[in-house]
Write a protein of this length. Structure first.
Length: 210
């Protein structure tokens, strides 16, 4: 975790509380943290979920691995250090979105349990819901899909430090939800997440803001 570089930076607290903001906007923020191997289905499910939620009138926004690496995290590579910093920044941004009342959907491999735990702790500390969703697709299935041709390159030694091949993926110990994409189609996976959000009172049971 990075800390403040200067002692002269003081947190400014406005008089609008989160509760009042959410209530007036009829919004309920949360971070949905999708984790899983490359090709497991995080981006596909995240995009379909975002569409479903927005169509229901729920403010949601997706932070997607490759997209974020084009901008905010364009200076980061895939070393262990850079992966940690990548996730740290995503967690901070997701928390800001969620604090604002948006359902932030993140889709990053986020292979290390410690980094995901840090993301959760950051949310817990400020009372913003954090739901870890494990897209539990077996490596063999991900590799057979190989939507971006990355496994082929990793097997050929053209990419090193590739999660699942020569870098570990630490499965979540207690995720809020596990999705099995080799069994359930995208629509069913999205339905499962919406059911979880309704059960947690984050989204209303009928279309419209929660
Ligand atoms: P990730 O973001 O985890 O790297 P992607 O979403 O980019 O994965 O790729 C997943 C691939 O698996 C896509 O080609 C998608 O069409 C396919 N797929 C097949 N079944 C499912 C499912 N049930 N959920 C998500 N993706 C699926």
């Amino acid at each position: 975790m990075q800390s403040r570089q200067s002692d002269n930076v003081v947190w400014h607290q406005g008089d609008l509380t989160r509760e009042a903001r959410w209530s007036m906007l009829r919004a309920h923020g949360a971070t949905l943290w999708l984790t899983g191997l490359s090709g497991s289905g995080k981006s596909t499910i995240g995009a379909a979920l975002e569409h479903t939620l927005v169509a229901r009138g729920v403010w949601s926004y997706r932070l997607d691995g490759d997209n974020i690496r084009h901008g905010l995290n364009g200076d980061l590579g895939f070393s262990a250090e850079d992966r940690v910093e990548n996730i740290r920044r995503i967690a901070e941004v997701a928390r800001l979105f969620a604090d604002a009342g948006v359902l932030a959907i993140t889709s990053f491999i986020s292979p290390y349990a410690a980094d995901r735990d840090a993301a959760r702790a950051l949310h817990d500390a400020s009372g913003v819901p954090f739901l870890e969703i494990f897209v539990d697709t077996p490596l063999a299935v991900c590799e057979a899909r190989d939507p971006k041709g990355l496994y082929r390159k990793a097997r050929a030694g053209e990419i090193t430090g590739f999660t699942g091949i020569d870098d570990p993926y630490e499965a979540p110990a207690r995720p809020e939800l596990v999705l099995r994409t080799e069994r359930d189609d995208v629509a069913r996976c999205v339905e499962g997440i919406v059911e979880l959000l309704v059960a947690r009172g984050i989204v209303g049971s009928t279309p419209g803001p929660g």
